[in-house]
Write a protein that binds this ligand. Structure first.
Ligand code: FE
Length: 135
């Protein structure tokens, strides 16, 4: 995992678009089927749109039908953090970037094998990059 990235919300506001700021820093959710990575099938790594931390491998991406990019596991459990989220009268597990604490999405126990988990992530919280260790 890379170093912690700590910025004030005013600093984030200057770096991020208003839409990114709303999701990443204010725990917003993009509308389903609206994001640029929902149908994305390239081979590579999804990184944090706020700080660049490597979050998900395209090999763990699958079509959940939910309208949000879905992964059955993170690239490394060290690169993400989870936290209970009781907002909107629901009990969910929030997924955050371990480096900059930005909101990514939620994780649900209804994913496919081998993990049975569904990391349901906002496209706007992600950027896509080529695999560094390309073989
Ligand atoms: Fe981050």
């Amino acid at each position: 995992m890379s170093k912690k990235v700590i910025k004030t919300e005013n600093e984030w506001k200057k770096i991020l678009t208003p839409e990114q700021f709303y999701v990443l820093r204010q725990k917003g959710t993009e509308p389903p089927f609206s994001g640029k990575y929902y149908y994305h099938k390239e081979d590579g790594i999804y990184i944090c749109a706020a700080c660049g931390n490597e979050l998900f491998d395209s090999k763990a991406k699958y079509d959940s039908g939910s309208g949000w990019p879905s992964f059955f596991e993170p690239l490394s459990h060290d690169n993400i953090e989870t936290e209970m989220d009781y907002s909107y009268n629901m009990e969910r597990i929030e997924v955050k970037c371990a480096c900059c604490a930005s909101h990514l999405g939620h994780v649900f126990p209804d994913g496919p094998k081998p993990t049975g988990m569904r990391y349901c992530i906002n496209s706007i919280s992600l950027n896509f990059t080529e695999r560094k260790d390309k073989k």
